[in-house]
Design a protein around this ligand. Structure first.
Ligand code: ASP
Length: 312
């Protein structure tokens, strides 16, 4: 069992918002959009353009995270992301709407907007998930924009990293600086909830590795009767407890989003003998517009946008 004290650590930056929203009477008038980390502020703006114009949550969560994907200074999402240990920038993304329709791409290379390809898998195929070369050829066939990766600066960093981390090729360790997947949840003015999630994943991972982020139920889950949840952090640990699905099911049992996220984090902690360096966080929203978040260690935050609030 992991030491119990870890579970009382709180994600510092987000607790003010989360605790305020914890009040059983706190209900946000929709639309509302929330997303992980401080890059969520710009992403929420992208989503807000849709939500504020009576748009649908599924369009908002796609447009929102595209803002992050196109930001080539972002080293954990999109084509500016860090490569795997062989130098390939492989991207993961998924999307889910209010009717439980979903789409995903895993380990896709050289495509500007993995989230839109995930949406196309959902809208234009009978499948839920495409990976690797198959996902890339589908994207090209469907007319999605390509990009050359890794970017010059990213390649330079990777070469440095390779020199300094020869042993990493035997046993990869998590890069704690790179837990910055964007996960987004939005409720539109019709009360419908959708979510999206996109990442370049664990920096310098083994080639072919897919984390939680493109896996429906792990990195993202939405049930319009209950709410939605998304995850960030060490994907392997999140997958082990089907993290986002667990949070939604806990909300279905009546738990507030904040309590549900905390319980999921506690479950992860309980399943690991050693949580050193194991950072994971969940973000959730229920049908009342109540939100919550929780992570193993301090440092996780999220951005929230409503008609009268735009905060981190
Ligand atoms: N969850 C992502 C992954 O494991 C990375 C992260 O959010 O840090 O690929």
């Amino acid at each position: 069992m992991a030491s119990a004290f870890i579970s009382v650590l709180k994600p510092n930056n987000l607790m003010a918002l989360a605790e305020e929203n914890f009040s059983p009477n706190f209900t946000v008038k929709n639309p509302i959009v929330i997303s992980t980390w401080s890059h969520g502020i710009a992403a929420n703006e992208g989503a807000w353009v849709i939500l504020d114009n009576a748009g649908k949550s599924i369009d908002a969560v796609e447009a929102g995270v595209k803002v992050t994907e196109i930001d080539i200074t972002n080293r954990s999402v999109g084509i500016g992301g860090r490569p795997d240990r062989d130098g390939h920038v492989t991207l993961d993304a998924c999307i889910m709407d209010e009717n439980s329709r979903c789409g995903a791409v895993g380990c896709i290379e050289g495509i500007l907007h993995p989230i839109s390809v995930a949406r196309a898998v959902m809208d234009r195929t009978q499948h839920v998930m495409l990976v690797g070369e198959g996902a890339r050829s589908f994207a090209i066939r469907e007319g999605f924009e390509t990009a050359k990766t890794p970017l010059k600066e990213v390649k330079k960093d990777w070469k440095e990293w390779k020199k300094e981390h020869k042993d990493e090729f035997k046993k990869p360790t998590i890069n704690n600086e790179n837990h910055d997947t964007i996960g987004m949840l939005a409720m539109d003015e019709f009360g419908n909830i959708s979510g999206s999630c996109t990442t370049s994943g664990w920096a310098y991972k083994l080639h072919g590795r897919i984390g939680d982020s493109p896996i429906i139920g792990a990195g993202l889950f939405v049930d319009n009767e209950v709410g939605g949840a998304c995850a960030t952090g060490l994907g392997e640990a999140i997958i082990r407890i089907a993290g986002s699905h667990t949070v939604v099911e806990l909300m279905r049992q009546g738990h507030h989003p904040q309590a549900a996220c905390k319980m999921a984090v506690e479950r992860i902690i309980a399943k690991h003998d050693d949580v050193t360096g194991l950072q994971c966080g969940f973000l959730a929203m229920n049908t009342k517009g109540q939100v919550g978040a929780y992570s193993v260690y301090n440092g996780f935050n999220y951005a929230l946008r409503t008609k009268d609030r735009n905060a981190i």
